[in-house]
Design a protein around this ligand. Structure first.
Ligand code: FAD
Length: 302
């Protein structure tokens, strides 16, 4: 109830106030902010994945500018020696308006990262995008086998089968690299698991399948029981430390993050930045009012 109320009023709150509790989760507005935040994390032994905030553009003209911004991010971050890679959302390049145009832009970004021997992660958006994002990944993977990875969402009932269906892209020398997360969007019950335990069960089932197949899972969660379950699987399959990584969002559960780093596991933090932070934060909360309780805590329990 309170969560829903906050989700409703948030877009009308002054940006300055919203920034007070968003700044913990966003690196800033500029590329320099993202590079600075990444270098700080690098000092703690943490890798990063930089993301320019923005999604679901309405006008294809914006896609060209967004591509240019990503190319600049890569140029600057590589020059600064950031230890990290890049994440992007295909709807930021017009995936749902014109798939081929979006593909062309994203291909250029992946080619630029590849020219530096680096890597781009294709984020997974809501379910109308799933097939298109898998197809996009397939095409990019054919051209840039070592430089591109995909996100999969444990709450989608199709995910276990999607992993199996993509086995043809796996090579022993270049393992398929999937980030697995729970999933942030509100999806219909017909296609998604809704219950916390059920989602966690499928999360670990998907990770187990990836490990059995020799794939490289990026285990993206802040949920301690899921982290512990993943650690048990890593132990069960005696997975070497360079065949998986953990990932967390900027500013979230730093203590859990540190404990994994201290145990010698690879950790990568998602570093979002950009002028569109306000829209991003308010949309996330509208989509998933449960996030409002996180914000309530940030405001009242500091
Ligand atoms: P939860 O059970 O949701 O959370 C566990 C605990 O973590 C919570 O109790 C809370 O204390 C803390 N927590 C979780 N999230 C936050 C937060 N944002 N702020 C503050 N505290 C928090 N989703 C997609 O759909 N597509 C993607 O491409 C995608 N990429 C992601 C990349 C990374 C690196 C990460 C970590 C997540 C990504 N997500 C993505 C979001 C993901 O799907 C989940 O919505 C989010 O991670 C919360 O799930 P959880 O596993 O942490 O578990």
């Amino acid at each position: 109830m309170v969560n829903k109320l906050i989700a409703k009023i948030l877009p009308y709150m002054p940006q300055k106030l919203v920034w007070q509790f968003s700044k913990e989760y966003i690196a800033g507005e500029t590329i320099d902010d993202a590079v600075k935040a990444s270098k700080e994390l690098n000092k703690e032994g943490i890798l990063t994945t930089i993301d320019v905030l923005g999604e679901f553009i309405k006008n294809l003209g914006e896609a060209e500018a967004n591509k240019r911004e990503y190319l600049e991010v890569i140029e600057i971050a590589e020059r600064a020696g950031v230890k990290g890679n890049y994440s992007l959302k295909p709807t930021f390049f017009g995936l749902l308006i014109d798939t081929e145009t979006a593909y062309g832009h994203i291909r250029e970004i992946v080619a630029k990262a590849a020219s530096h021997g680096n890597f781009v992660r294709i984020d997974m958006e809501d379910s109308p995008c799933t097939d298109r994002e898998i197809e996009l990944f397939r095409r990019l993977k054919a051209e840039f086998p070592s430089n591109v990875g995909l996100v999969l969402q444990a709450y989608l009932k199709r995910t276990y089968q999607d992993i199996k269906n993509m086995k043809d892209l796996h090579r022993a020398d270049i393992p398929l690299n999937f980030r697995l997360c729970k999933g942030i969007y509100v999806e219909p019950a017909s296609i998604s698991y809704k219950n916390y335990d059920e989602i966690n069960h499928h999360f670990l089932e998907d990770i187990e399948l990836m490990l059995q197949e020799g794939m490289y899972p990026a285990i993206a969660t802040h949920d301690k029981p899921v982290v512990e379950g993943a650690l048990k699987l890593i132990e069960k399959y005696q997975v070497p430390k360079d065949r998986y990584e953990f990932q967390m969002l900027y500013g979230v559960t730093p203590a859990l993050r540190k404990s994994l780093v201290d145990q010698g596991h690879t950790m990568r933090v998602y570093v979002p930045f950009g002028k569109q932070w306000f829209g991003y934060c308010t949309r996330r909360i509208k989509e998933n009012p449960k996030m409002a309780s996180v914000i309530m805590k940030a405001i009242f329990f500091k």
